[in-house]
Write a protein that binds this ligand. Structure first.
Ligand SMILES: Nc1ncnc2c1ncn2[C@@H]1O[C@H](COP(=O)(O)OP(=O)(O)OP(=O)(O)O)[C@@H](O)[C@H]1O
Ligand SMILES: [Mg+2]
Length: 629
């Protein structure tokens, strides 16, 4: 009986640890529904959609599969050879046979190394290709979302989807899948080799397997939570960063750096903590599996050594020194892939969770789609009509309440009204930046919902309230990838809108670098550039939402002048904050709280001393007089 004490002691320790782990498992609270890992898509569907991306590379994957199988020969054959070599060493061994064995060992080692290398290279290449296709698809899809939809998703979240999440998926294609297959092959291969060598010792090794399974199951739960936290915190920090970096100037102006630092530090700590937890979980799991491995090896030495000394025969198999050495190595080869499988399975889960997030963005149906019978708009005369249009950004909070007006081709119509009265909203409905709920909007007598969106926007030049410039050059910002336009034509457009004055003063002219958001240009200059950008695209209808930002008088005169010129190009709808801009408009529409309260020419409207326009005009007139006085 005594001879079993060491085994019982080992078993007792392992049993004790198992109980502790089971208790920890039972008491851990895990929010299954939290954002990081909650899964609505079935694994099958995710796999099917991922495979669609992998399909063009099927041939390569088959090749890799073949390489993997050749590569694992090393894992299965090498312990056997080492065992044989050790068995020889204690006798008068023939040197030539030793050479053969060593050569064979070196041979399979080289083959295995070449295989590992080839496998890594091929997988990295196709993995990166698959992921860049996926990233492109995702980006293209995001581009197709409407303004309304974009308003609802934080930019930082989208950035995380396109970068972090696709990275997690790329890991799956470059290593996880192949390693999973490889490890399963190795486990089966090693098991067969062990069985062929000695059944008794194999059974002994298998006694430890239930514990590995138990540890793995427990580990999975902890690691899932850790992964989820890391993901949530990463999205959190990205969302915070993208918003706050855009608004960093406001932070500085209002001396809010310290407060923002505190917020950021908290988020950063959160991510750090989540990462630490992740590392801790792995840090516990790995030593535990190692402990099992060591216990198995000790048990092998004990049982194997005893069997060798006693000359035990089990099912006709004897234990010799070579068997023990081979088993020693096989146990290592057996435990490694099991531990890897457990870990990789978690990474795989994490990749699936990322894939689901990516796909769920791809599944957002673009809110604005062309109707099935949508038509191409060839030429536009520029007649615009609103018929009792109702619109709300938020259900039932009407921003436009039954707006009707008519614009004749070539006319200039101005919208005035208090801030928040719905001027910008009216303009954004015409180009279908948002979808209105009731009424009709007609262009040349055609309902805009029956026109292809791209075709509609082609005929409209929209100059938005806040001008956005991309990083690049002045030229790239004016052309926005429009092809076949010469520099002369670009300069001509700039001259037309008076942007040439300041461009000519720049050292590099059209090649002058524009930094992110155009922050190296003044508000007035940005506005002039946006005019040039619109003119060059030769729209039939121009829509201008004048910026409220104050600009210097010199630029204001330039803008005023270029506006008057642009009014001659075609139909023009304009929101102006300076009433002087619109004195010559053919019609002025006065809005209040989403309704039209007055309309007419400047002169007509001024005739009504009770009217809103009259009041507005007097207010501005008075202000200007004061400024001059
Ligand atoms: N994306 C949005 N989501 C929800 N509500 C919005 C959105 N954009 C505007 N609104 C609301 O719609 C109303 C009209 O806004 P709009 O931008 O059309 O005003 P505006 O007349 O252009 O004002 P301003 O002169 O200040 O530019 C406002 O009350 C605003 O709060
Ligand atoms: Mg506005």
């Amino acid at each position: 009986m005594r001879e079993y004490y060491p085994l019982l002691l080992g078993g007792g320790i392992i049993g004790l640890i198992s109980i502790v782990l089971i208790l920890a498992y039972a008491f851990m609270k895990d929010k299954k529904q939290a954002i990081g890992f909650d899964r609505h898509m079935k694994d099958g569907e995710i796999i099917r959609r991922l495979l669609r991306y992998a399909k063009p590379y099927t041939g390569w994957f088959v090749l890799v599969g073949f390489i993997v199988i050749v590569g694992i020969a090393y894992d299965i054959i090498s312990p056997y050879i080492v065992g044989r070599v050790t068995a020889m060493l204690d006798k008068d061994f023939p040197l030539s046979r030793l050479f053969t064995l060593v050569a064979a060992y070196a041979g399979i080692l080289v083959v295995s190394m070449v295989c590992t290398y080839a496998q890594a290279i091929i997988l990295q290449r196709i993995g990166q290709k698959i992921i860049s296709n996926m990233r492109l698809d995702l980006f293209t899809h995001i581009e197709s979302l409407s303004h309304e939809q974009m308003n609802t998703i934080p930019v930082g979240k989208l950035v995380t989807r396109v970068t972090n999440d696709t990275n997690a998926i790329s890991l799956m294609f470059t290593s996880l899948l192949v390693n999973l297959v490889k490890n399963i092959f190795i486990i089966v291969g090693v098991l067969c080799a062990m069985l062929a060598l000695n059944i008794e010792l194999t059974l002994m090794v298998l006694c430890f397997v239930p514990f590995i399974v138990l540890f793995t199951v427990i580990f999975r739960k902890f690691v899932r939570r850790a992964f989820r936290r890391v993901k949530d915190r990463t999205t959190d920090i990205n969302t915070y960063l993208s918003e706050n970096l855009s608004g960093i100037k406001i932070t500085q102006i209002f001396n809010r750096e310290a407060a923002k630092q505190r917020d950021f530090a908290e988020k950063s700590r959160g991510l750090g903590k989540a990462k630490r937890e992740q590392i801790l979980v792995f840090g516990i799991f790995r030593p535990l599996v190692y402990m099992l491995y060591i216990s198995t090896v000790l048990a092998l030495f004990y049982v194997g050594g005893k069997g060798y000394l006693d000359g035990t025969v089990f099912l006709g198999q004897m234990i010799d020194a070579a068997t023990v050495v081979s088993f020693y190595m096989y146990i290592n080869k057996f435990f490694n892939p099991i531990q890897n499988l457990a870990e990789q399975f978690n990474w795989l889960q994490s990749a699936f969770a990322s894939a689901e997030k990516v796909f769920s963005i791809m599944d957002i149906e673009p809110a604005l789609c062309d109707a099935e019978d949508a038509i191409e708009l060839e030429n536009v005369r520029g007649e615009i009509e609103f018929r009792d249009v109702w619109f709300s950004y938020i259900p039932d909070e009407w921003v436009l309440k039954g707006v009707s007006f008519h614009v004749k081709p070539g006319d200039t119509v101005a919208f005035v009204g208090a801030t928040g009265s719905g001027k910008t909203t009216i303009l954004s409905l015409i180009c279908r930046n948002y979808e209105f709920q009731k009424g009709e909007i007609l262009i040349d007598g055609i309902d805009i919902r029956r026109i292809k969106i791209a075709s509609l926007r082609k005929h409209f030049g929209q100059m938005l309230q806040d001008v956005f410039l991309f990083s690049g050059t002045i030229r790239s910002n004016i052309l926005l990838d429009l092809e076949g336009v010469s520099d002369d034509e670009v300069m001509e457009a700039c001259r037309y809108v008076n942007a040439d004055h300041f461009i000519n003063r720049l050292e590099d002219g059209l090649d002058e670098v524009v930094r992110e958001r155009g922050n190296n240009f003044s508000a007035g200059q940005r506005q002039l550039l946006s005019f040039a950008r619109t003119i060059i695209h030769k729209p039939e209808v121009m829509i201008l939402d004048e910026a409220t930002a104050n600009i210097d008088t010199e630029t204001e005169v330039l803008i005023q002048d270029s506006l008057e010129r642009m009014m001659n190009i075609g139909t023009m709808l304009i929101v102006a904050h300076r009433l002087s801009t619109i004195q010559h408009a053919d019609n002025i529409i006065v809005l209040s709280k989403g309704e039209i309260v007055e309309q007419g020419t400047h002169q007509e409207l001024l005739k009504n001393p009770e009217g809103k326009y009259h009041a507005l005009y007097m207010l501005q007139f008075e202000k200007e007089r004061q400024l001059k006085g």
